[in-house]
Write a protein that binds this ligand. Sequence first.
Ligand code: ADP
Ligand code: MG
Length: 230
Amino acid sequence: MIALRGVTKTVQSGSSPLTILHPLTLDVPQGQSLAIIGPSGSGKSTLLGLIAGLDSPTAGNILLDGVDITALDEDALARLRGEKIGFVFQFFHLVPSLTAIENIQIPMEIAGRADAATRAQALLDEVGLHDRGHHYPSQLSGGEQQRVAIARALANDPPLILADEPTGNLDSTNGRHILDLLLQVKEARRVTLVMVTHDPSIAAIADARLVLRDGRQVSEDVAPGAVLAR
Ligand code: ADP
Ligand code: MG
């Protein structure tokens, strides 16, 4: 599903180039989960942004479902993102002036889906918020807001879910519930899931782990339960 071939990222920092991702080669098979772990500033979000086609690598190739996204123009990338990728963020990124169901439904309407209303309700049901659709984000707990964000990410049935510290803004109990939901969604929909996390217990549950430090792969896997530096 995801194949990275010698992917690097170098940015200009003042007058000198700064390499924030050193050559990385990686495969994530369809239906598998990968946890990207490592201390703050190690390049986790940069890597997720590259996989999402939100940013382009300095060198190397990124293939999603066999398509080399480094060869696509902006329009084609935007289309691919809409079809293939669902995003979940640490701070939920819901629109505060829209209700839970509107946050899910309106992007589908904009995309021209005729069944947006019924689909939005089905997605709310799927994430366990059947009767909370008319609540605004400010009336929902962090965990509930993240459920809405997950429902929104699933709107187009994407084969790939990318989550950047999805439990990073939640207490451990709610974080655990969100993790369970993501894993349940992954199993039920047979999607590929890539999660950035600081939490070793989350990392331990993924099918594979990529540990980054200073933009370099430190280890392809770590023992379940290993304590990771924050
Ligand atoms: P993480 O998500 O692991 O905390 P990031 O991928 O956000 O790390 O960032 C990795 C490093 O690259 C950090 O040191 C960050 O400051 C730096 N960085 C990220 N994007 C840019 C950029 N556009 N220009 C300069 N430095 C950047
Ligand atoms: Mg980050």
